[in-house]
Write a protein that binds this ligand. Structure first.
Ligand code: UTP
Length: 482
């Protein structure tokens, strides 16, 4: 524990002595906790961040040397690629059967746009059974483990604000059928919020205002929490990474795993063709010879709208935060306790206390939040694979309370995907006047995890009526309620 006098001295040196302004008013546990929080800050590094992100805010330079990346198509384009994809699927299944793959979800975000009271993974997201997001993933992992004949361990990144609630929720729900020994929560790091004047903010008299350090924080957190060692002890070599807000994600995809492995990739990504040039997805590019993701907000409009000689968008591949990473790659990046990912700045509203100890909730952004992004790791290796996927099949995130990327749009996407699988299996579906499916349909991953599996298992006599709430459940039975 740092000595308070020493800390006061250090804070004075860095112009942050206001952080101990209420020190005399704190009881011992609180003052100890504040001292510990302050002791965890690297003030030299913080000073350089203040210089870089608060005192100077240059627009990120966009290199002149930028070209579109190679993207593997969703469906093989020719016989040779068909053979590769078949081999990849087999390879993925083999790695799963040998217990080489873990799932990892990042669930430490604050979810401010959704405004849900609790960890986002507890949000009830499915159309009929109203399953929480965590359950969707747990069932997929269970189904994939059953197919592989080997348990797939699941690592869940939480943050200081939601760690205890997440663990309690998973325990209360008995890890949704998974063996608790194979579900491991680990907490990500935090970054202090920096006021626009370069001063750190106090959330209360004894606590700094801080927020999770971004989804890229998963890399140092996997190391610091001992999760990489745990993976190593279990023989895990590959990590299937996804985010907590996308109920359509395929948590475990043998084809993607196999393509990653056969190409000796260290970090792979799934991509979507962007809906329009300005869609708010990161853009896959090759910058100075390295696979990179340029955030939509950093991509000059002219570049985003540029077309190739066939008239298609030149930079059409959008990032949807689905990756495979080698454990050894993360070990290398996080060696010696530092992580090679850069920080990005965002201006945020951060409630805090003022110099009189009064609570303030500003109407306008008053602080800089610094976050690391997982996709920046792509540029730290030469070995990458990008695989295209279909939006309808794999991407419909729950970000906002209303409008685009909200619970409502996600419900529609889930029903549409389930309906598509049923139609492919030959089931006729009722449609409303707008041509939309006039029933709520949900397929448990434990019943079928793909159109092919559904077609193989489905009762050929299944009929769906208008207004029906149809749930295809775990034991192969078909439940239908009006
Ligand atoms: P978002 O970028 O959507 O951020 O996270 P968010 O914090 O969840 O939501 P807003 O911006 O406050 O509304 C994308 C994914 O990355 C995770 C989130 O939990 C989500 O799965 N994430 C984000 C973390 O795990 N940690 C972070 O620090 C940030």
């Amino acid at each position: 524990m740092t000595d308070p006098t020493e800390m006061r001295h250090k804070l004075r040196k860095f112009g942050q002595e206001h952080l101990l302004a209420f020190w005399e008013e704190l009881d011992t546990p609180k003052s100890d906790a504040l001292l510990e929080q302050l002791g965890n800050i690297d003030f030299e590094q913080l000073q350089s961040f203040i210089e870089q992100f608060v005192n100077n805010t240059p627009a990120p330079p966009v290199s002149a040397d930028i070209v579109p990346p190679h993207v593997l198509p969703r469906k093989p384009a020719d016989a040779e690629q068909s053979e590769l994809y078949n081999r990849a699927k087999d390879r993925g299944n083999e790695l799963l059967a040998r217990g080489k793959v873990a799932a990892c979800v990042v669930a430490g975000g604050q979810g401010t746009r959704l405004g849900f009271d609790g960890p986002k993974g507890c949000f009830q997201a499915t159309p009929v059974a109203k399953k929480p997001l965590f359950q969707i993933f747990a069932e997929q992992i269970q189904a994939a483990s059953n197919r592989a004949g080997k348990a797939i361990p699941w690592y869940i990144m939480t943050s200081r604000a939601n760690d205890a609630q997440t663990k309690a929720f998973l325990r209360r729900n008995r890890h949704f059928g998974l063996d608790g020994d194979n579900v491991r929560c680990f907490c990500q790091g935090t970054m202090p919020a920096i006021g626009m004047d370069g001063k750190l903010l106090l959330e209360s008299k004894g606590t700094l205002a801080a927020s999770p350090d971004g989804h890229g924080g998963v890399l140092p957190a996997l190391r610091q929490s001992g999760s990489l060692d745990d993976m190593s002890a279990r023989g895990i070599e590959l990590i299937s990474y996804f985010q907590v807000d996308n109920p359509l994600v395929r948590c475990i995809d043998p084809l993607f795993i196999g393509l990653h492995d056969l190409n000796h990739s260290e970090m792979s990504a799934k991509a979507l063709p962007k809906r329009d040039p300005m869609e708010k997805l990161g853009n896959f590019c090759i910058v100075n010879g390295k696979t990179s993701v340029i955030e939509y907000s950093d991509m000059p409009e002219e570049l985003a709208r540029r077309t190739n000689n066939q008239g298609f968008l030149k930079f059409s591949a959008g990032s949807i935060a689905i990756h495979i990473l080698n454990r050894s790659f993360i070990e290398r990046l996080t060696e010696g306790g530092r992580c090679g990912l850069p920080f990005h700045r965002a201006e945020k509203v951060v409630p805090h206390i003022d110099s009189a100890g009064q609570k303030v909730t500003p109407a306008e952004p008053n602080a800089i939040k610094l976050e690391m992004f997982i996709f920046d790791a792509m540029s730290l290796t030469d070995k990458t694979v990008i695989l295209e996927t279909r939006r309808n099949e794999e991407f419909s995130p729950i970000k906002n309370a209303q409008g685009l990327d909200s619970p409502v749009t996600s419900l529609h996407s889930q029903v549409r995907r389930a309906a598509g699988w049923l139609e492919a299996a030959g089931v006729e579906l009722p449609l409303d006047a707008d041509g939309q499916v006039a029933a709520a349909i949900e397929i448990s991953p434990l019943f079928a995890d793909s159109a092919e599996e559904l077609a193989a298992k489905l009762d050929p006599g299944l009929t769906v009526t208008s207004g029906q709430q149809l749930y295809l459940g775990s034991r192969g039975q078909i439940g239908g309620t009006k």
